[in-house]
Design a protein around this ligand. Structure first.
Ligand code: GRF
Length: 207
């Protein structure tokens, strides 16, 4: 009998509270989940998600971008070093509030995914719930996509929709979307980690 193939090691990059990170880590504990959450890396010292990761028994690291005084690539080289030392195979951005340089994106091309709180290609960038309310859409949601050099423009792996309800404000809408984010991201990670979805020549191939 051959040994089971090792599961890809996931590094999750956060800047804040890390609720998506927790949902990923909890999903990955289930028998048969095709990936292991091996590291949580924050660019913000003391980010709430770091304590939550430690409570889950996950290794944590901090690379403070402010120490690099605006040299984004130097900051990313330091992160890359930590990711390689921890033998990370897949990078998941989960509320990571730094824009990546093309150097870092190319280095992790096809192995780095992000969750964005809108139905891409609608409402890229920040304040997506405000953008959705101002646009008057009746449907909103979240997307998991491969990261490419252009912001929030990578091929979408999976989306989840929510209704926009009368009386919604940014907070009520964000909360409704977040529930779906927590369900969607582990499903998308399972597809990528198992090889059921892959990025080939800039498009998603499903097997
Ligand atoms: C989520 O809404 C995510 O989609 C966005 O930032 C938020 C992060 O929340 N990119 P959390 O840190 O995962 O709780």
């Amino acid at each position: 009998m051959s040994a089971a193939a090792p599961r890809p090691r996931v590094g999750i990059l956060i800047s804040g509270r890390g609720s998506n990170m927790v949902s990923l880590a909890e999903a990955a504990r289930a028998d048969g989940f095709p990936a292991e959450v091996a590291l949580v890396l924050s660019n913000v010292p003391g980010a709430g998600g770091l304590d939550r990761a430690e409570a889950l028994g996950i290794a944590t690291a901090t690379v403070d971008h402010r120490a690099f005084k605006g040299d984004r690539e130097a900051f990313e080289r330091a992160m890359d070093e930590v990711l390689r030392l921890n033998q990370i195979d897949l990078v998941l951005l989960a509320g990571f509030m730094r824009i990546m340089t093309p150097w870092f994106v190319r280095r992790w091309e096809g192995r780095m995914i992000n969750i964005h709180p809108s139905l891409l290609p609608l409402f890229k960038g920040t304040h997506t719930h405000r953008q959705a309310l101002e646009a008057g859409v009746t449907e909103h949601g979240c997307s998991v996509h491969y990261v490419v050099p252009e912001l929030d423009a990578g091929p979408v792996i999976k989306q989840a929709k929510v209704p926009v309800l009368p009386g919604d404000d940014e907070d009520t809408l964000a909360a409704r979307v977040l529930v779906q984010e927590h369900l969607l991201y582990p499903l998308a990670l399972a597809e990528v980690a198992s090889g059921r979805a892959a990025l080939v020549d800039g498009t998603i191939v499903r097997r």
